[in-house]
Write a protein that binds this ligand. Structure first.
Ligand code: UD1
Length: 419
Protein backbone atom coordinates (compact mmCIF):
# COMPACT_ATOMS: atom_id res chain seq x y z
CA UNK A 1 0.00 0.00 0.00
CA UNK A 2 1.39 3.39 -0.92
CA UNK A 3 -0.84 5.44 1.35
CA UNK A 4 0.60 7.49 4.14
CA UNK A 5 -0.50 9.86 6.89
CA UNK A 6 0.71 13.40 6.85
CA UNK A 7 0.48 15.09 10.23
CA UNK A 8 1.15 18.75 10.88
CA UNK A 9 1.92 18.64 14.58
CA UNK A 10 1.41 21.06 17.42
CA UNK A 11 -2.39 21.27 17.45
CA UNK A 12 -3.93 20.70 20.88
CA UNK A 13 -6.58 17.97 20.68
CA UNK A 14 -9.93 19.13 21.88
CA UNK A 15 -13.42 17.67 21.79
CA UNK A 16 -15.43 14.54 22.34
CA UNK A 17 -15.25 11.21 20.49
CA UNK A 18 -16.89 7.82 20.68
CA UNK A 19 -14.57 4.85 21.04
CA UNK A 20 -14.89 1.98 18.54
CA UNK A 21 -15.58 -1.63 19.48
CA UNK A 22 -12.63 -3.75 20.62
CA UNK A 23 -10.88 -5.66 17.84
CA UNK A 24 -9.46 -8.15 20.33
CA UNK A 25 -12.96 -8.89 21.54
CA UNK A 26 -14.69 -8.94 18.15
CA UNK A 27 -12.28 -11.58 16.79
CA UNK A 28 -12.87 -14.27 19.45
CA UNK A 29 -16.59 -13.48 19.58
CA UNK A 30 -16.85 -13.93 15.80
CA UNK A 31 -15.05 -17.26 16.05
CA UNK A 32 -17.38 -18.29 18.89
CA UNK A 33 -20.40 -17.63 16.66
CA UNK A 34 -19.41 -20.86 14.92
CA UNK A 35 -20.54 -22.80 18.00
CA UNK A 36 -24.07 -21.45 18.15
CA UNK A 37 -25.38 -23.44 15.18
CA UNK A 38 -27.86 -20.62 14.68
CA UNK A 39 -27.82 -16.94 13.85
CA UNK A 40 -25.82 -14.48 15.95
CA UNK A 41 -26.10 -10.74 15.50
CA UNK A 42 -22.92 -9.06 16.71
CA UNK A 43 -22.96 -5.28 17.09
CA UNK A 44 -20.11 -2.82 17.60
CA UNK A 45 -17.61 -4.75 15.46
CA UNK A 46 -14.96 -2.24 14.33
CA UNK A 47 -14.54 -1.91 10.56
CA UNK A 48 -10.97 -3.18 10.26
CA UNK A 49 -9.04 -5.49 7.97
CA UNK A 50 -8.60 -8.08 10.75
CA UNK A 51 -12.34 -8.18 11.41
CA UNK A 52 -13.03 -8.54 7.68
CA UNK A 53 -10.51 -11.41 7.62
CA UNK A 54 -12.38 -13.14 10.47
CA UNK A 55 -15.66 -12.77 8.58
CA UNK A 56 -13.91 -14.23 5.52
CA UNK A 57 -12.76 -17.25 7.49
CA UNK A 58 -16.30 -17.86 8.77
CA UNK A 59 -17.69 -17.60 5.29
CA UNK A 60 -15.11 -20.12 4.01
CA UNK A 61 -16.18 -22.46 6.80
CA UNK A 62 -19.71 -22.33 5.36
CA UNK A 63 -21.32 -19.66 7.55
CA UNK A 64 -23.71 -17.10 6.12
CA UNK A 65 -22.26 -13.63 6.75
CA UNK A 66 -23.93 -10.27 6.49
CA UNK A 67 -22.04 -7.08 7.30
CA UNK A 68 -23.92 -3.84 7.77
CA UNK A 69 -21.75 -1.09 9.17
CA UNK A 70 -20.61 -2.28 12.58
CA UNK A 71 -23.05 -5.17 12.80
CA UNK A 72 -22.01 -8.60 11.60
CA UNK A 73 -24.62 -11.34 11.38
CA UNK A 74 -23.24 -14.87 11.39
CA UNK A 75 -25.47 -17.82 10.54
CA UNK A 76 -23.45 -20.90 11.40
CA UNK A 77 -26.27 -23.45 10.93
CA UNK A 78 -24.83 -24.73 7.64
CA UNK A 79 -21.13 -24.50 8.52
CA UNK A 80 -19.27 -27.60 7.35
CA UNK A 81 -15.63 -26.59 6.85
CA UNK A 82 -12.98 -27.35 9.45
CA UNK A 83 -9.90 -26.22 7.55
CA UNK A 84 -8.44 -22.72 7.25
CA UNK A 85 -6.34 -22.19 4.14
CA UNK A 86 -2.82 -20.79 4.43
CA UNK A 87 -3.91 -17.72 2.55
CA UNK A 88 -6.61 -16.86 5.10
CA UNK A 89 -4.35 -17.81 7.99
CA UNK A 90 -1.61 -15.40 6.94
CA UNK A 91 -4.07 -12.51 6.58
CA UNK A 92 -4.44 -12.33 10.31
CA UNK A 93 -2.19 -13.67 13.05
CA UNK A 94 -5.06 -13.86 15.50
CA UNK A 95 -6.72 -16.51 13.31
CA UNK A 96 -5.36 -18.99 15.88
CA UNK A 97 -8.45 -18.13 17.94
CA UNK A 98 -10.46 -20.13 15.39
CA UNK A 99 -8.69 -23.31 16.48
CA UNK A 100 -10.75 -23.85 19.64
CA UNK A 101 -13.99 -22.85 17.94
CA UNK A 102 -13.51 -25.22 14.99
CA UNK A 103 -12.55 -28.15 17.24
CA UNK A 104 -15.54 -27.46 19.48
CA UNK A 105 -17.92 -27.43 16.52
CA UNK A 106 -16.52 -30.24 14.37
CA UNK A 107 -14.26 -32.29 16.65
CA UNK A 108 -11.41 -31.63 14.26
CA UNK A 109 -9.49 -28.78 12.67
CA UNK A 110 -6.73 -28.17 10.14
CA UNK A 111 -4.77 -24.94 9.85
CA UNK A 112 -1.23 -23.71 9.41
CA UNK A 113 0.96 -22.35 12.19
CA UNK A 114 0.37 -18.64 12.64
CA UNK A 115 4.10 -17.87 12.40
CA UNK A 116 5.89 -14.94 13.97
CA UNK A 117 4.89 -11.33 13.84
CA UNK A 118 6.32 -7.85 14.27
CA UNK A 119 6.56 -8.36 18.02
CA UNK A 120 8.88 -11.35 17.76
CA UNK A 121 8.07 -15.04 18.01
CA UNK A 122 4.46 -15.73 18.94
CA UNK A 123 4.50 -19.30 20.22
CA UNK A 124 1.26 -21.31 20.62
CA UNK A 125 2.71 -24.11 22.74
CA UNK A 126 0.35 -23.31 25.64
CA UNK A 127 -2.68 -23.42 23.35
CA UNK A 128 -1.66 -26.82 21.99
CA UNK A 129 -0.63 -28.45 25.26
CA UNK A 130 -3.92 -27.34 26.86
CA UNK A 131 -6.00 -28.79 24.04
CA UNK A 132 -4.01 -32.02 24.29
CA UNK A 133 -4.91 -32.23 27.96
CA UNK A 134 -8.55 -32.10 26.88
CA UNK A 135 -8.11 -35.13 24.64
CA UNK A 136 -7.45 -33.36 21.34
CA UNK A 137 -4.90 -35.25 19.26
CA UNK A 138 -2.62 -32.80 17.47
CA UNK A 139 -0.20 -33.60 14.66
CA UNK A 140 2.21 -30.88 13.74
CA UNK A 141 3.59 -31.57 10.29
CA UNK A 142 4.89 -29.41 7.43
CA UNK A 143 3.88 -26.25 9.27
CA UNK A 144 0.33 -27.52 9.68
CA UNK A 145 -1.67 -28.21 12.81
CA UNK A 146 -3.96 -31.20 12.31
CA UNK A 147 -6.39 -31.80 15.18
CA UNK A 148 -8.87 -34.54 15.87
CA UNK A 149 -10.69 -35.84 18.92
CA UNK A 150 -11.12 -39.59 18.37
CA UNK A 151 -12.24 -40.13 21.96
CA UNK A 152 -14.15 -36.90 22.35
CA UNK A 153 -13.17 -33.77 24.26
CA UNK A 154 -13.02 -33.98 28.04
CA UNK A 155 -13.32 -31.35 30.69
CA UNK A 156 -10.10 -31.21 32.74
CA UNK A 157 -8.13 -29.06 35.16
CA UNK A 158 -5.63 -26.89 33.31
CA UNK A 159 -2.97 -24.76 34.97
CA UNK A 160 -1.51 -22.19 32.57
CA UNK A 161 2.22 -21.43 32.98
CA UNK A 162 1.49 -17.82 32.00
CA UNK A 163 -1.93 -16.16 31.71
CA UNK A 164 -2.04 -16.18 27.90
CA UNK A 165 -5.05 -14.34 26.48
CA UNK A 166 -5.28 -16.41 23.30
CA UNK A 167 -4.79 -19.73 25.12
CA UNK A 168 -7.48 -18.87 27.68
CA UNK A 169 -9.85 -18.05 24.80
CA UNK A 170 -9.09 -21.25 22.90
CA UNK A 171 -9.55 -23.38 26.03
CA UNK A 172 -12.87 -21.70 26.86
CA UNK A 173 -14.13 -22.28 23.32
CA UNK A 174 -13.09 -25.94 23.32
CA UNK A 175 -14.38 -26.51 26.86
CA UNK A 176 -17.88 -25.40 25.92
CA UNK A 177 -18.14 -28.55 23.78
CA UNK A 178 -16.32 -30.85 26.21
CA UNK A 179 -17.82 -33.58 28.34
CA UNK A 180 -17.69 -32.40 31.91
CA UNK A 181 -16.16 -29.47 33.70
CA UNK A 182 -13.02 -27.60 32.67
CA UNK A 183 -11.18 -25.43 35.17
CA UNK A 184 -8.59 -22.97 33.89
CA UNK A 185 -6.15 -21.82 36.58
CA UNK A 186 -3.93 -18.78 36.08
CA UNK A 187 -6.35 -17.77 33.32
CA UNK A 188 -5.91 -14.41 31.60
CA UNK A 189 -8.20 -11.79 33.18
CA UNK A 190 -8.42 -9.29 30.32
CA UNK A 191 -11.84 -7.67 29.67
CA UNK A 192 -11.85 -9.41 26.28
CA UNK A 193 -11.95 -12.78 28.10
CA UNK A 194 -15.00 -11.64 30.05
CA UNK A 195 -16.63 -10.42 26.85
CA UNK A 196 -16.12 -13.80 25.16
CA UNK A 197 -17.57 -15.58 28.21
CA UNK A 198 -20.56 -13.19 28.22
CA UNK A 199 -21.20 -13.95 24.56
CA UNK A 200 -20.95 -17.71 25.01
CA UNK A 201 -23.17 -17.58 28.11
CA UNK A 202 -25.74 -15.61 26.13
CA UNK A 203 -25.69 -18.47 23.61
CA UNK A 204 -26.49 -20.93 26.43
CA UNK A 205 -23.00 -21.89 27.65
CA UNK A 206 -22.15 -21.87 31.34
CA UNK A 207 -18.82 -20.16 32.06
CA UNK A 208 -18.16 -18.97 35.59
CA UNK A 209 -15.37 -16.73 36.86
CA UNK A 210 -14.24 -15.03 33.63
CA UNK A 211 -12.23 -11.96 34.64
CA UNK A 212 -10.73 -13.86 37.58
CA UNK A 213 -7.78 -16.18 37.42
CA UNK A 214 -9.90 -19.31 37.88
CA UNK A 215 -12.44 -19.87 35.12
CA UNK A 216 -14.83 -22.81 35.17
CA UNK A 217 -16.65 -24.06 32.08
CA UNK A 218 -19.53 -26.53 32.36
CA UNK A 219 -19.23 -28.28 29.02
CA UNK A 220 -21.73 -30.01 26.79
CA UNK A 221 -24.68 -27.63 26.95
CA UNK A 222 -26.52 -27.00 23.66
CA UNK A 223 -25.93 -23.51 22.27
CA UNK A 224 -28.22 -21.20 20.34
CA UNK A 225 -28.00 -17.83 18.61
CA UNK A 226 -28.04 -14.44 20.32
CA UNK A 227 -27.70 -10.72 19.82
CA UNK A 228 -24.59 -9.19 21.34
CA UNK A 229 -22.56 -6.00 21.43
CA UNK A 230 -18.77 -6.02 21.64
CA UNK A 231 -17.12 -3.95 24.42
CA UNK A 232 -15.37 -0.67 23.59
CA UNK A 233 -11.67 -0.83 22.74
CA UNK A 234 -9.64 0.15 25.83
CA UNK A 235 -6.37 0.31 23.86
CA UNK A 236 -7.81 2.66 21.26
CA UNK A 237 -9.17 4.74 24.15
CA UNK A 238 -5.73 4.80 25.78
CA UNK A 239 -4.15 5.85 22.48
CA UNK A 240 -6.41 8.88 22.05
CA UNK A 241 -5.94 9.86 25.70
CA UNK A 242 -2.16 9.67 25.24
CA UNK A 243 -2.43 11.78 22.07
CA UNK A 244 -4.48 14.36 23.93
CA UNK A 245 -1.99 14.47 26.80
CA UNK A 246 0.99 14.78 24.45
CA UNK A 247 -0.55 17.81 22.75
CA UNK A 248 -1.63 19.57 25.95
CA UNK A 249 -5.27 19.15 24.99
CA UNK A 250 -8.58 18.34 26.60
CA UNK A 251 -10.79 15.53 25.31
CA UNK A 252 -13.66 13.38 26.46
CA UNK A 253 -13.92 9.82 25.27
CA UNK A 254 -17.43 8.47 25.18
CA UNK A 255 -18.89 4.97 25.12
CA UNK A 256 -16.08 3.50 27.20
CA UNK A 257 -16.04 1.27 30.28
CA UNK A 258 -13.91 3.39 32.63
CA UNK A 259 -12.93 0.42 34.83
CA UNK A 260 -11.13 -1.09 31.81
CA UNK A 261 -8.95 2.02 31.83
CA UNK A 262 -7.96 1.75 35.49
CA UNK A 263 -4.42 0.62 34.67
CA UNK A 264 -3.98 3.68 32.39
CA UNK A 265 -5.59 6.47 34.41
CA UNK A 266 -3.00 6.62 37.24
CA UNK A 267 -0.25 6.99 34.63
CA UNK A 268 -2.03 9.97 33.05
CA UNK A 269 -2.56 11.45 36.51
CA UNK A 270 1.09 10.97 37.48
CA UNK A 271 2.04 12.76 34.26
CA UNK A 272 0.06 15.74 35.50
CA UNK A 273 -3.24 15.29 33.67
CA UNK A 274 -6.53 16.06 35.31
CA UNK A 275 -8.64 12.93 34.73
CA UNK A 276 -12.39 12.91 35.37
CA UNK A 277 -14.29 9.64 35.20
CA UNK A 278 -18.01 9.76 34.49
CA UNK A 279 -20.46 7.04 33.66
CA UNK A 280 -19.30 5.64 30.33
CA UNK A 281 -16.90 8.50 29.73
CA UNK A 282 -13.46 9.75 30.68
CA UNK A 283 -12.21 13.32 30.33
CA UNK A 284 -8.55 14.26 30.30
CA UNK A 285 -7.23 17.77 30.67
CA UNK A 286 -3.49 17.91 30.05
CA UNK A 287 -1.11 20.42 31.63
CA UNK A 288 1.03 22.81 29.60
CA UNK A 289 3.93 20.38 29.97
CA UNK A 290 3.64 16.75 31.12
CA UNK A 291 5.75 15.39 33.98
CA UNK A 292 7.68 12.16 33.84
CA UNK A 293 6.15 8.92 35.10
CA UNK A 294 8.60 7.12 37.34
CA UNK A 295 8.06 3.58 36.13
CA UNK A 296 5.65 1.81 33.80
CA UNK A 297 5.76 -1.96 33.94
CA UNK A 298 3.64 -3.87 31.42
CA UNK A 299 1.86 -6.90 32.81
CA UNK A 300 -1.15 -9.07 32.20
CA UNK A 301 -4.46 -7.40 33.12
CA UNK A 302 -5.12 -5.68 35.48
CA UNK A 303 -1.52 -4.55 35.03
CA UNK A 304 -0.51 -1.87 32.57
CA UNK A 305 -1.29 -3.24 29.07
CA UNK A 306 1.63 -3.95 26.75
CA UNK A 307 -0.53 -2.68 23.87
CA UNK A 308 -0.70 0.78 25.47
CA UNK A 309 3.06 0.95 26.09
CA UNK A 310 4.06 2.41 22.68
CA UNK A 311 1.56 5.31 22.57
CA UNK A 312 2.17 6.16 26.24
CA UNK A 313 5.90 6.11 25.60
CA UNK A 314 5.41 8.55 22.72
CA UNK A 315 3.47 10.78 25.11
CA UNK A 316 6.29 10.75 27.68
CA UNK A 317 9.04 11.61 25.20
CA UNK A 318 7.96 15.23 25.60
CA UNK A 319 7.44 15.14 29.39
CA UNK A 320 9.70 16.92 31.84
CA UNK A 321 12.07 14.40 33.41
CA UNK A 322 12.96 10.75 32.94
CA UNK A 323 10.44 7.91 32.66
CA UNK A 324 11.32 4.22 32.80
CA UNK A 325 9.48 1.46 30.93
CA UNK A 326 9.79 -2.25 31.66
CA UNK A 327 8.23 -4.49 29.03
CA UNK A 328 7.32 -7.84 30.55
CA UNK A 329 4.92 -9.34 28.01
CA UNK A 330 6.68 -9.33 24.63
CA UNK A 331 10.37 -9.61 23.77
CA UNK A 332 10.47 -7.26 20.85
CA UNK A 333 8.17 -4.43 21.66
CA UNK A 334 10.42 -1.40 21.35
CA UNK A 335 10.57 -1.17 17.57
CA UNK A 336 8.84 2.21 17.62
CA UNK A 337 11.77 3.67 19.60
CA UNK A 338 13.84 4.02 16.39
CA UNK A 339 11.16 6.22 14.82
CA UNK A 340 10.70 8.21 18.02
CA UNK A 341 14.47 8.83 18.21
CA UNK A 342 14.47 10.01 14.64
CA UNK A 343 11.89 12.60 15.69
CA UNK A 344 14.21 13.87 18.41
CA UNK A 345 13.15 11.73 21.37
CA UNK A 346 15.90 10.72 23.80
CA UNK A 347 15.54 7.01 24.48
CA UNK A 348 17.78 4.20 25.58
CA UNK A 349 16.73 0.56 25.26
CA UNK A 350 18.45 -2.18 27.20
CA UNK A 351 16.73 -5.52 27.04
CA UNK A 352 13.32 -5.17 28.58
CA UNK A 353 13.98 -1.67 29.84
CA UNK A 354 13.56 1.60 27.99
CA UNK A 355 14.62 4.88 29.57
CA UNK A 356 12.92 7.95 28.20
CA UNK A 357 14.52 11.27 28.93
CA UNK A 358 11.89 13.89 28.15
CA UNK A 359 12.75 16.62 25.63
CA UNK A 360 10.98 19.99 25.22
CA UNK A 361 9.75 19.08 21.74
CA UNK A 362 9.95 16.57 18.90
CA UNK A 363 10.47 17.38 15.23
CA UNK A 364 8.39 16.07 12.34
CA UNK A 365 10.10 13.47 10.21
CA UNK A 366 9.41 10.65 7.71
CA UNK A 367 8.87 7.47 9.71
CA UNK A 368 7.54 3.97 9.00
CA UNK A 369 4.89 2.35 11.18
CA UNK A 370 6.62 -0.85 12.34
CA UNK A 371 3.59 -2.55 13.86
CA UNK A 372 0.06 -1.71 14.98
CA UNK A 373 0.62 -0.01 18.34
CA UNK A 374 4.12 1.15 17.39
CA UNK A 375 2.55 2.92 14.43
CA UNK A 376 0.02 4.57 16.73
CA UNK A 377 2.94 5.73 18.88
CA UNK A 378 4.54 7.48 15.89
CA UNK A 379 1.22 9.20 15.21
CA UNK A 380 1.01 10.40 18.84
CA UNK A 381 4.56 11.75 18.51
CA UNK A 382 3.70 13.39 15.19
CA UNK A 383 0.69 15.14 16.72
CA UNK A 384 2.92 16.60 19.44
CA UNK A 385 5.89 17.39 17.19
CA UNK A 386 6.86 20.63 15.50
CA UNK A 387 6.51 20.43 11.75
CA UNK A 388 5.30 17.69 9.44
CA UNK A 389 5.46 13.97 10.11
CA UNK A 390 4.90 11.56 7.27
CA UNK A 391 4.02 8.02 8.40
CA UNK A 392 4.36 5.19 5.88
CA UNK A 393 3.30 1.53 6.20
CA UNK A 394 0.05 2.75 7.71
CA UNK A 395 -1.66 -0.56 6.95
CA UNK A 396 -0.27 -1.53 10.37
CA UNK A 397 -2.20 1.28 12.05
CA UNK A 398 -5.37 0.62 10.09
CA UNK A 399 -5.42 -2.97 11.37
CA UNK A 400 -6.52 -1.64 14.72
CA UNK A 401 -7.85 1.90 14.45
CA UNK A 402 -11.15 2.57 12.71
CA UNK A 403 -11.17 5.86 10.74
CA UNK A 404 -7.96 6.92 12.50
CA UNK A 405 -7.51 10.18 10.59
CA UNK A 406 -11.20 11.11 10.77
CA UNK A 407 -11.34 10.64 14.55
CA UNK A 408 -8.21 12.72 15.09
CA UNK A 409 -9.40 15.40 12.66
CA UNK A 410 -12.65 15.61 14.63
CA UNK A 411 -10.47 16.50 17.64
CA UNK A 412 -8.80 19.28 15.71
CA UNK A 413 -5.66 17.45 14.61
CA UNK A 414 -4.16 18.29 11.23
CA UNK A 415 -3.84 14.80 9.74
CA UNK A 416 -4.40 13.72 6.17
CA UNK A 417 -4.59 10.29 4.64
CA UNK A 418 -2.75 10.56 1.34
CA UNK A 419 -3.10 7.82 -1.28
C1 UD1 B 1 -3.39 -10.82 22.93
C2 UD1 B 1 -3.77 -9.59 22.13
C3 UD1 B 1 -2.56 -8.69 21.96
C4 UD1 B 1 -1.93 -8.37 23.32
C5 UD1 B 1 -1.66 -9.65 24.11
C6 UD1 B 1 -1.17 -9.38 25.52
C7 UD1 B 1 -5.52 -10.44 20.67
C8 UD1 B 1 -5.95 -10.77 19.29
N1 UD1 B 1 -4.24 -10.02 20.83
O1 UD1 B 1 -2.44 -11.54 22.16
O2 UD1 B 1 -2.97 -7.49 21.33
O3 UD1 B 1 -0.72 -7.69 23.12
O4 UD1 B 1 -2.87 -10.44 24.19
O5 UD1 B 1 -2.10 -8.62 26.20
O6 UD1 B 1 -6.30 -10.51 21.60
N2 UD1 B 1 2.94 -17.14 24.90
C9 UD1 B 1 3.66 -18.32 24.90
N3 UD1 B 1 3.04 -19.46 24.48
C10 UD1 B 1 1.75 -19.49 24.07
C11 UD1 B 1 1.01 -18.28 24.09
C12 UD1 B 1 1.64 -17.12 24.50
O7 UD1 B 1 4.83 -18.35 25.25
O8 UD1 B 1 1.24 -20.57 23.70
C13 UD1 B 1 3.59 -15.88 25.36
C14 UD1 B 1 3.67 -14.85 24.24
O9 UD1 B 1 4.81 -15.03 23.45
C15 UD1 B 1 3.71 -13.55 25.02
C16 UD1 B 1 2.87 -13.86 26.24
O10 UD1 B 1 2.76 -15.26 26.30
O11 UD1 B 1 5.03 -13.28 25.41
C17 UD1 B 1 1.47 -13.26 26.22
O12 UD1 B 1 0.81 -13.64 25.04
P1 UD1 B 1 -0.76 -13.82 24.93
O13 UD1 B 1 -1.43 -13.34 26.17
O14 UD1 B 1 -1.04 -15.21 24.47
O15 UD1 B 1 -1.10 -12.81 23.76
P2 UD1 B 1 -2.06 -13.05 22.52
O16 UD1 B 1 -3.29 -13.77 22.95
O17 UD1 B 1 -1.28 -13.56 21.38
Amino acid sequence: MMSYFEIRGGKRLNGRIKIQGAKNSALPVLSAALLSNEQCVIHNCPELTDVAAAADILSHLGCGINIEGNTITVDSSKADGYEISDELMTKMRSSIVFLGAIIARFGRAVMSFPGGCELGPRPIDIHLSSLRQMGVVIDEEHGKIICSAPNGISGVDIHLPIPSVGATENIMLTAVAANGITTIRNAAREPEITDLADFLNMCGARIIGAGDSIVTVLGGRPLHGCEFSVIPDRIVAATYLAACAATGGRITIDDVIPSHLWPIIPVLAEAGCDVTVGSGEVTVLAPERLRRVKQITTMAYPGFPTDAQPPVMAMLTVAEGTSVFIENVFQNRYRHTAGLSRMGAKLKVEGRVCIVEGVPSLYGSAVDATDLRGGAAIAVAGLAAKGITRISRIEHILRGYEKFDEVLSALGADIKLIN
